[in-house]
Design a protein around this ligand. Structure first.
Ligand SMILES: C[C@](O)(CO)[C@H](O)COP(=O)(O)OP(=O)(O)OC[C@H]1O[C@@H](n2ccc(N)nc2=O)[C@H](O)[C@@H]1O
Ligand SMILES: Nc1ncnc2c1ncn2[C@@H]1O[C@H](COP(=O)(O)OP(=O)(O)OP(=O)(O)O)[C@@H](O)[C@H]1O
Length: 308
């Protein structure tokens, strides 16, 4: 089997609406989570090995755990266990998605490793079977597999695909250091304690704007209920948001649990202007220009299929 390898490409996400309900008995929060996949990608390559091993390359690689807490390793273990096989695989992650940035980078690697191992081991799992494993791995993982746009309810793992009628242009300002997702949800609980948190619902105006593909209609509908919590934990993000809107972004918001901030622009040219302003301001580590929607996890090279 030497020389056998499968590579899967998986996109990052931004939450164009993140409506958060009160904490549930299990500690999770019910969500109305409108995911949009964006064109920043991790690539996961799997090859046969004597035992499970994870390596990672990329600018943030030193922040990625290489043990069995890595979501890619957990995905391989879960799939192998389900099929009663040994997870003898080397998983290599080419990481371009910011780590702990609120863009579901770890989830992308989980979904990617699952799809890649399924192909490497010739298991032929259905999408429904893979989605069920994804949901066990984490709330964002099913969306990383699906891509495009989707409404996530429950913890965010129960997905309904959404139509997107055009290309949206974005700038992502990557902050120094990450934010812990559980810490941001805990801060949400602290900030909302004693208040009546309404049940989360998707905004019909936002769903219509996505369907029509009109950025000027989408901009005023963007909301993130975790934004006050992220700003409370990282007050400097407020300046980053203002820098982007002053430079012409149609809207600015914290991406998911942050600290990456997302800027919707009217076109590619405006995105370049906003990215320049963010970089010049020194209010972020780097600024990434990209567009959406992006396809979900996809096999981009498969030497197993070629030899079948
Ligand atoms: C902020 C988002 O990225 C928005 O898409 C997600 O809600 C987070 O998804 P995720 O990172 O896949 O989160 P998980 O790995 O499932 O959960 C990590 C932790 O986040 C909190 N969490 C997550 C999802 C959710 N609906 N409610 C929560 O309270 C819980 O403290 C949980 O222990
Ligand atoms: N493959 C992975 N890549 C990055 N981080 C991982 C991975 N597996 C586990 N982790 C751990 O998960 C933590 C969160 O990383 P991740 O990049 O997924 O955050 P995030 O993008 O904020 O997640 P989300 O948007 O889903 O809340 C990291 O600090 C790291 O300890």
């Amino acid at each position: 089997m030497s020389g056998t390898e499968v590579t899967v490409r998986v996109p990052a996400k931004v939450n164009v609406q993140l409506a958060v309900g009160a904490a549930r008995a299990d500690g999770f929060h019910d969500l109305a989570n409108v995911f949009l996949a964006v064109g920043l990608y991790d690539e996961i390559t799997v090859t046969p090995a004597d035992e499970l091993r994870v390596t990672c390359a990329g600018p943030d690689a030193h922040q990625v755990p290489l043990d069995t807490t890595n979501l890619a390793a957990r995905a391989a273990l879960a799939l192998a266990e389900r099929h009663g096989i040994e997870p003898r695989v080397h998983i290599h992650i080419d990481k371009d998605i910011p780590v702990a940035g609120g863009m579901a980078g770890g989830s992308a690697d989980g979904a990617g490793a699952l799809l890649a191992c399924d192909a490497l081991w010739s298991l032929g799992s259905s999408e429904a079977e893979l989605l069920a494993i994804c949901a066990e791995l984490g709330s964002d993982v099913p969306f990383s597999l699906l891509g495009g746009a989707a409404l996530g309810v429950g913890r965010g793992e129960r997905l309904t695909p959404l139509d997107v009628g055009g290309t949206f242009h974005w700038v992502f300002a990557v902050a120094d250091g990450g934010l812990s997702t559980p810490a941001v949800y805990a801060e949400f609980d602290r900030l909302t304690s004693g208040t009546d948190v309404p049940p989360p619902t998707a905004d019909p105006a936002l769903l219509t704007a996505l369907r029509t593909g009109d950025p000027t209609a989408l901009a005023p509908t963007l909301t993130n209920d975790l934004q006050p919590a992220a700003l409370s934990l990282r007050p400097s993000l407020a300046t980053t948001l203002t820098t982007g809107t002053s430079a012409g972004a149609l809207a600015a918001l914290v991406s998911g649990s942050g600290p990456t901030t997302a800027f919707l622009t009217k076109d590619e040219e405006s995105a370049a202007t906003v990215a320049d302003a963010l970089l010049t301001s020194g209010n972020c580590r780097t600024a990434r220009v990209t567009s959406s929607p992006a396809a979900g996890a996809r096999v981009v090279s498969d030497s197993v299929a070629e030899t079948r």
